[in-house]
Design a protein around this ligand. Structure first.
Ligand code: ZN
Length: 299
């Protein structure tokens, strides 16, 4: 019977069991402990089944347990907060470069998703591309297309195609919902599936801290929860296709990562800190995907 309950209703039931009010004692009397365990397992199975999704292009199955509406509302809130607390670049040429490159990749993503019947994954997106005045060699994209590029990365990106490599890669992380996957894994470890939604609602401070560490928005390098090697590789692959579709020669990608590797002396920024154990592996992989990307580039 429980399998016919809608997702929203299920969340309500989870909350219901966790409400610290009079109902709790009622349920304690009515429900045997054993029943509660069975129910918990059923709910857990249900959530897992409901939460399986597939990464575009690679087709990898992933577990994204946080509803996308939650992800988007957290994203928009945190993004605005970040913009308030950080200094935007006033170099109009560079600001425009970031915005124009971003919009080209946005259109490429929209086209790719449309061609693959995945447009609904972009529902609720509110694309935005900002250049922040900060020496960190960094960039990121939060869910819903909220992109930040740091001025510190511009010497490494060198030109528009180099910038497209970085923005394509970051946007690919968002499209592949890697943040949701990371948060789901962390919250599962911390709270278990049943406690997940409760943790998000009742412990906003912890959820926010986790969010900041997943997206590497915190200023301390140490708190970044790294993307996995699989996720990095997916972002490279998908990002390469997006940049090619946006009209940038994908050959710029291995060149960018070579410059990135060369600039490593002097400490790595959060997003690029974790990445790959071997820069050479990454560069080899990207090079092997160039023929595929060229098909999109020529279109
Ligand atoms: Zn990455």
């Amino acid at each position: 019977m429980i399998l016919y309950i809608k997702y929203n209703e299920l969340i309500f039931i989870i909350f219901f069991f966790n409400l610290k009010n009079n109902y709790q004692s009622f349920f304690e009397r009515v429900m045997m402990k054993q029943n509660l365990i069975t129910l918990t397992i059923t709910i857990l199975t249900f959530i897992v089944l409901q939460s399986c999704s597939t990464v575009p292009l690679t087709g990898r199955s992933q577990l994204n347990m946080i509803p996308s509406s939650e992800m988007l509302s957290m994203s928009f809130q945190q993004y605005d907060q970040f913009l308030k607390e950080n200094k935007l670049s006033t170099n109009q040429t560079e600001v425009n470069l970031v915005k124009n490159t971003g919009v080209k990749i946005q259109h490429a993503v929209e086209r790719y998703m449309k061609e693959n019947n995945l447009s609904d994954r972009l529902n609720g997106y509110k694309w935005e591309f900002n250049l922040v005045k900060d020496d960190q060699v960094n960039a990121w994209c939060m869910p819903g297309g909220k992109v930040v590029v740091y001025t510190g990365i511009l010497p490494v990106t060198k030109d528009e195609a180099g910038l497209a490599v970085v923005m394509g890669h970051e946007i690919a992380h968002a499209i592949a919902e890697h943040g949701n996957e990371r948060m789901s894994q962390q919250l599962l470890q911390q709270a278990g599936a049943v406690g997940l939604m409760v943790a998000m609602k009742e412990e906003p401070a912890q959820t926010q801290a986790l969010w900041l560490s997943v997206y590497g928005v915190g200023t301390t390098v140490g708190i970044m929860l790294p993307y996995s090697r699989t996720q990095e590789s997916e972002a490279d692959h998908l990002g390469l296709i997006f940049m090619a579709m946006a009209g940038y020669d994908p050959h710029a990608a291995p060149e960018f990562w070579k410059r990135m590797a060369a600039s490593k002396q002097g400490g790595q920024p959060p997003e690029f800190l974790s990445t790959h154990p071997s820069d050479q592996t990454r560069i080899n992989d990207i090079t092997s995907w160039i023929p595929e990307a060229m098909k999109y580039y020529k279109k």
